[in-house]
Write a protein that binds this ligand. Structure first.
Ligand SMILES: [Zn+2]
Length: 78
C-alpha cells in the first residue's frame, strides 16, 4: 500500500513533458543506454540524447518515464 502511494507521488513531481520538450530541440537522436537503470522504475534502457555524434543528454529515466507513455518503454518508438 505504501509503495503504491510513493510511486504515484514520484510520478507527479516529474513534469516530463516540459523537460523533454526543451531537450528535444538539442537532440538529433534518442539512443537506448542498457548500462543504466531508470531512477524511477528500474527498467532498462534509459534514454540518452545524441547530437552531432556526441551524447548531449544523459538520461536517468527509461522511455516510459521520460515521456509519460508506456509505449515509449520500447526504444523503437523514440
Ligand atoms: Zn522508468
Amino acid at each position: 500500500m505504501s509503495s503504491r502511494s510513493r510511486k504515484a507521488r514520484a510520478k507527479f513531481t516529474l513534469a516530463p513533458v516540459e523537460q523533454t520538450h526543451e531537450d528535444r530541440t538539442l537532440v538529433n537522436a534518442w539512443v537506448p543506454d542498457y548500462g543504466k537503470q531508470c531512477e524511477n522504475c528500474g527498467e532498462t534502457p534509459v534514454v540518452t540524447g545524441v547530437a552531432g555524434g556526441r551524447v548531449v543528454y544523459h538520461g536517468s529515466l527509461c522511455g516510459a518515464c521520460s515521456w509519460g507513455d508506456s509505449a515509449c518503454s520500447d526504444p523503437a518508438n523514440w
